[in-house]
Design a protein around this ligand. Sequence first.
Ligand code: CTP
Length: 401
Amino acid sequence: MLKDKKILVGITGGIAAYKAADLVSRLCKQGAIVYVAMTKGATEFIAPLTLRTLSGNPVYIEMFEEPKVWNVEHISLAENVDLAVVAPATANILAKMAAGIADDFLSTVLLATKAPIFVAPAMNHNMYHNPATQENLQVLKERSVEIIGPGTGFQACGTPGDGRMSEPQEIIEALERYFAQEKPLQGKRALVTAGGTQEPLDPVRYLGNRSSGKMGFAVAQALVEAGAETILVTAPTTLPTPKGVKRIDVTTAMEMYEEVMAHQSNMDVIVKAAAVADYRPKVFAEQKMKKDGSELQIQLVPNPDILAELGKIKKKQILVGFAAETENLIKHAEGKMQRKNVDMLVANDVTKPGAGFGSPTNIVTFLFPDGHKIDLPQMSKLDVGRKLVEKIVEILEKRSE
Ligand code: CTP
């Protein structure tokens, strides 16, 4: 599984650095091509010569030392590796990664690479449980960094607890799982919409909704994981773009409509997770509207229903819609599925705790045109996205039978 894979092993300054030698040795035995980048701290625990001998490649430590090969090394390494794994990963490197700090060779490569990144945290259990570290790990998870471990056991500081680096064999297994992953949507193109559109009233105000964009971003990530070339058309949100996704930012429903229509004919799959405003103000006031104490009436005109338009023109595409409801969930969702001619509808009651706008989790029901339904328990939006992708793959497989 690991044969000929180019793997960057980042080693940072913790006592578990000695185990990194074993990790590098095992990777090389399996035929991987291993490059090692160490922090200065790591060199206090293990000699670079050991890693150079085991990997058969130069070891990178300093940013500005004499080049080992004649190109911009941190960039060429960043571009050429298939995967990067930081083991051990101290609280410090996790914090730097979360903050985007690049102040030595390893942190710079990690910031520059588009390859998947795995980290095996290793630290004292109080440091591990410190909210700063937990928040940094959360940020990294949201950016698709894979966290391996940590394990529990006797720690170098003399007390038992969690925070020990996972054993090299476990780390290897995590990497093998990644390379073994099926990419059932390889060669397919997908478009996802996300977020809540904003319909301007005047230069400072707009009509909007409570959508955070989290569900659509999670679907885009799941599609990329499954190998689909993915475009994400998103209304304003503060969310980071999932790795490997092409992002197009829009503000209004009309802009979303135009972007979706411009790309739709090339797509195999379209997932409309966005909360699109059904109406927009008829008039945009060029100057800030002033109050005069009397009632204000704003006239609204309908926006195009993007999903319904797609439903009318679709040929072989798989079209997935969402229905955010506050009552009569299934009845309303069934109506939308038919009206909009979709192949699958994801329905959720946004009033349930643990579901809906802003929540990191969701509770959804999948509905299909043949009448069957799947109720999913509460799970992270990314897991909902992954389940949705499984169903898309099944529909595609059935069609090609
Ligand atoms: N949708 C769309 N364009 C619109 C409105 C909705 O593409 N102008 C899509 C959404 O992205 C979602 C689905 O249609 O996939 C259902 O959206 P929802 O807001 O739940 O339904 P509406 O059709 O707007 O119906 P209502 O507001 O009456 O519940």
